[in-house]
Design a protein around this ligand. Structure first.
Ligand SMILES: [Zn+2]
Ligand SMILES: [Zn+2]
Length: 345
């Protein structure tokens, strides 16, 4: 089969490689479409596996079942499925408390072959836990790939209660920032303010419910947010970018008693200098966010494939897997919002 194999930072070769076997108690999936995620790009362009290569990444996976092992009854050949990359055990304390995003024994996609390939093995554990969902007949494979990236956005907004009348600041107009904007509007937010350093991205973001755009290279984003909010600050601020400087700024954009979420991951080991006294005196709530619980994963997928969610606007580029490097450049430059790759082209 063909796969995009990583040999080191920025060294990705689309080449012939061995097709995986159908695992015991599992199934073999023909990958029909796969999203290219910001985290994939970070992993592919840095020494993410500390020299442990070759490796195949890719976790926004949808496809068609081509083989099932004996004894598998839930799925059959021909089924169209979406696979969430982390399967939760649903028996540990975190899972039982409703917080499977904090599962103590999760199956981790980074330990397995990913989906930037013609085929991927789906294990017995993935099938038996909470990671596999059927794609309805009327839904395209491309749309179904949005289930995964939407899941953590969905979970975050549910957890911090983004709701009717809210004023939201989103820092970072990448695909995730655009998801945040669109979802905030669906949840009833009154005003969405987008802060970003790239004018092209800011312009694109306007399609997703953004009311005000601020280029933080051209004006002070804190002053701009204050001006838009009559000097008060926003109800909720979401930092959805890899900058510690943006994290440090984010707290000053929230109103007294407001919520600040550190959503985007930053380079491992880097530190943000945060004015904790400001957090203290302004009664701010500072949250970290990562992942989604089992039910949020399901609900996010249902939303992603529903008519209420404009998947076509988000997916700006559909490319064959062989053009993955192009997809990375398009995403990095801000020209693409969401790139979907088709391995079996
Ligand atoms: Zn992703
Ligand atoms: Zn668990």
């Amino acid at each position: 089969m063909k796969a995009a194999v990583m040999y080191g930072p920025n060294d990705i070769r689309v080449e012939e490689t061995e097709k995986p076997d159908c695992p015991q108690g599992g199934l073999l999936l023909k990958v029909m479409a796969i999203g290219l995620c910001g985290s994939d790009i970070r992993n592919l362009t840095t020494d993410s596996r500390k020299g442990n290569y070759p490796h195949i990444y890719g976790h926004e996976i949808v496809g068609t079942v081509t083989e099932v092992d004996v004894g598998v009854t839930r799925y059959k050949v021909g089924d169209r499925i979406y696979v969430y990359p982390v399967e939760h055990c649903l028996t540990c304390e975190a899972c039982r408390s409703g917080h499977s995003e904090n599962c103590e024994n999760p199956g981790n996609y980074t330990d397995r072959q990913g989906g930037f390939a013609d085929y991927i093995a789906i294990t017995k554990q993935q099938i038996e836990r909470d990671a596999v969902f059927m794609i309805p007949e009327n839904v395209s494979f491309e749309s179904a790939t949005l289930g995964e990236p939407l899941s953590s956005v969905y979970a975050c907004q549910e957890n911090v209660g983004i709701t009717f009348g809210d004023t939201i600041v989103i820092i970072g107009a990448g695909p995730i920032g655009c998801f945040h904007s669109q979802l905030a509007k669906l949840r009833g937010a009154k005003t969405v303010i987008m802060v970003e350093i790239n004018d092209y991205r800011l312009e694109l973001a306007k399609k997703f419910g953004v009311d005000y755009t601020i280029n933080s290279r051209k004006e002070d984003p804190i002053e701009a947010v204050k001006r838009i909010t009559d000097g008060k600050g926003a109800d909720k601020v979401i930092s959805a970018n890899p900058s510690t400087a943006a994290q440090a700024q984010s707290i000053f954009m929230a109103r007294k008693g407001g919520i600040v979420v550190l959503f985007g991951g930053v380079a491992k080991g880097s530190m943000a200098e945060i004015d904790t006294n400001y957090i203290h005196y302004n009664n701010l709530w500072l949250y970290g966010h990562y992942g989604a619980n089992s039910v949020q994963v399901q609900k996010a997928f249902e939303l992603a494939i529903s008519n209420r969610f404009p998947t076509d606007k988000f997916i700006t580029h559909i490319l064959p897997l062989s053009k993955m490097n192009e997809g990375i450049q398009l995403t990095k430059s801000g020209e693409a919002i969401k790139v979907v790759l088709l391995p079996n082209e």
